[in-house]
Design a protein around this ligand. Structure first.
Ligand SMILES: [Zn+2]
Length: 201
């Protein structure tokens, strides 16, 4: 994995922190935690030093599956919007249990919140926040059926640690509380999966 990396020098680190344009084209840096790579001059918030990988060419970063930053366009090309959105949805799918907001997604994917919101809605037909909620609720439904966790624990494990809010959100979307949903599903399972009585959708 580490084959094409350069080791990060003090100069490189300083160039990243100071957004030094004179290092553009000399090296590119990728951030392991976000999967994005940038030019040294990128105005995005400097990552933690230990999360950085440094490359001699943009191609090497691409070859290691890093995606070009939306803001500094390290390959000289626009990241196509659908690729940007694919990155954002993948990020939500694997980080839904963490603190997420439009601003956080914009910051880590290096776009403006306004642009992210608009582009996401155009391509995905829902807003980023709606997508986050749907992902969390889908995970919550899985856990309500597949685990013995309490409602509060389920909420917490999908990034909704405010239990009353979790219950309200769940009810608004599913038409029943998390507990009712669990009971309904376990009854259905006992009855051989036959739908009966109250609809769940
Ligand atoms: Zn950048």
């Amino acid at each position: 994995m580490e084959t094409s990396d350069l080791s990060i020098t003090d100069d490189m680190w300083r160039a990243i922190v100071e957004n030094d344009k004179s290092y553009d084209g000399v090296f590119w840096y990728a951030v392991k935690t976000t999967g994005i790579f940038c030019r040294p001059s990128c105005k995005s918030r400097p990552p933690k030093k230990e999360n950085i990988r440094v490359f001699k060419t943009a191609e090497q970063a691409l070859a290691e599956q890093f995606r070009p930053c939306k803001r500094c366009k390290p390959t000289g090309q626009h990241l196509p919007d659908h690729e940007w959105m694919a990155w954002v949805t993948e990020y939500v799918n694997s980080h839904y249990m963490e603190d997420l907001s439009l601003h956080i997604l914009a910051e880590i994917s290096h776009g403006s919140p306004y642009h992210l919101h608009r582009t996401f809605k155009r391509i995905m037909h829902i807003t980023p926040m709606e997508y986050i909620q749907q992902t969390r609720l889908a995970q919550a439904r899985k856990q309500l059926i597949g685990s013995d966790k309490s409602v509060a624990e389920v909420g917490k494990s999908v990034g909704l640690s405010n239990t009353p809010y979790f219950i309200t959100l769940f009810k608004k979307n599913m038409g029943c509380t998390p507990l009712q949903y669990r009971q309904l599903k376990s009854q259905e399972a006992q009855n051989g999966g036959i739908q009966h009585g109250k609809s769940n959708e």
